[in-house]
Ligand binder design. Structure first.
Ligand SMILES: *Cc1c(COP(=O)(O)O)cnc(C)c1O
Length: 387
């Protein structure tokens, strides 16, 4: 195989530690559904899913049917896969035959599921998604009534695997009242549904932030994405955790590291601009290193003049605009840097570490976005477990 210009390495031990931490937080009851949409947040479904399954995960959540198909190729037949978003109606038969669970947030999909179930001769495993205040997908009052009628009339076709909802931003304290009111509304509707004899296997609403900061939302299953990869959903959730724990160190370990090499080096005279345009002016004689990673490899253009990488144990800054396939970093203070030196874009080098979050403090969302934009086609490796 020909190597790519940069490579990702997954740390198995880190994942084991993160899952153990989450289990300790939530106690023995709730099932952990590992959210692996967006190619496992850029980590790579092919590498990540078998690792997680090895550490006891037996439920995976994805956004769409193509992702579900990918996960199904990798997991044992008893492991469950759940589609939270898009599914072509032509693929519902496939989903039912493979026991893939899926969200139902409109009547059309429920009717399709009943129709497909009769053809496949197997019940559809559905999760009724309720509208509780996010105003995205989810059944409102009227459609919920219609859905319950249909389910009641088709008990052999529909297995009510779950009733769920999604919170509109539990990672930010600014949304506190909205989250509390969603929880209240969800519980009230659940009680009402259950009193009428529709009892789901799993009640669920929590993503990472709610799992960590709102214990009442854990219920029977938690849908954990970002935290299992070793990132806090936001600084606020980390602060909330640290405030109440004895140990003040970060219990989450980054699973991913991203590395490349120095492609070339040169000296730039004082007063010269670096890279396209005029965004960076060398104020003094500057030694630059070119790294063959650009926005086409997922290194966001918004990190122009802002990003940091590690070279020979030093934190050095990106200067000028990030190009499609290259970025330029200032190595003036690392005169021993040579062509071929390791460049750490995310991860550790000697005693330094760069996390995705330290790329920039512009927004918490940057974690999610940068990870999700890591390319599909990139060399991916994994470290062995410490034994
Ligand atoms: C992405 C997603 C999650 C996981 O969110 P994290 O913040 O990464 O834990 C949970 N539920 C739904 C519906 C999602 O789309």
């Amino acid at each position: 195989m020909i190597a790519s210009t940069s490579s990702l390495t997954l740390d198995q031990e880190a994942l084991r530690i993160n899952l153990e931490f989450l289990r300790k937080q939530i106690g023995p009851h709730p099932k952990i559904s590992s959210v692996v949409k967006a190619n496992a947040y850029g980590h790579g479904i092919n590498q990540f899913v078998p690792m997680a399954e090895k550490f006891g995960i037996d439920h995976f959540s994805v956004f769409s049917s193509d992702e579900a198909y990918e996960v199904c190729q990798l997991v044992s037949p008893t492991t469950q896969v759940m589609i939270m978003g898009w599914i072509y109606k032509e693929e519902i038969e496939w989903a039912i035959s493979r026991d893939v669970e899926f969200y139902v947030f409109d009547i059309q999909r429920l009717k399709e599921a009943i129709r497909a179930s009769k053809i496949v001769k197997k019940p559809a495993r559905i999760h009724l998604e309720l509208e509780t205040g996010m105003n995205r997908t989810g059944l409102g009052k009227k459609n919920l009534e219609l859905a319950l009628k249909l389910i009641d009339a088709n008990r052999d076709q529909i297995h009510l695997t779950g009733i769920c909802t999604h919170l509109a931003g539990a990672e930010s304290i600014a949304n506190y009242h909205r989250v509390r009111s969603q929880l209240k509304r969800f519980k009230r509707t659940l009680r009402n549904i259950e009193n009428r004899g529709f009892v789901p296997e799993f009640r669920h609403m929590a993503s990472s932030a709610a799992t960590l900061s709102y214990p009442a939302t854990r219920m029977d299953l938690v849908r954990v994405g970002i935290a299992q990869y070793g990132f806090w959903p936001s600084q606020e959730i980390f602060m909330d955790y640290v405030r109440t724990s004895k140990d003040k160190s970060d219990p989450l370990k980054r699973v991913l590291s991203w590395k490349s090499r120095i492609m070339s080096l040169k000296d730039v005279k004082e007063g010269e601009f670096v890279s396209y345009g005029t965004t960076y002016l060398a104020a003094s004689p500057t030694r630059i290193a070119v790294v063959p990673v650009g926005y086409a490899s997922g290194f966001s253009r918004s990190l122009s003049n802002q990003g940091r990488v590690l070279i020979r144990g030093n934190r050095v800054g990106v200067i000028g605009l990030v190009n499609m396939n290259m970025m330029i970093v200032d190595v003036t203070k690392v005169p021993e840097a040579e062509q071929g030196d390791e460049v750490v874009i995310i991860g550790k080098q000697e005693d330094m570490e760069i996390s995705v979050a330290s790329f920039s403090e512009i927004s918490n969302q940057l974690n999610y976005e940068l990870l999700a934009r890591l390319p599909q086609r990139i060399e991916r490796n994994q470290t062995n477990l410490n034994s």
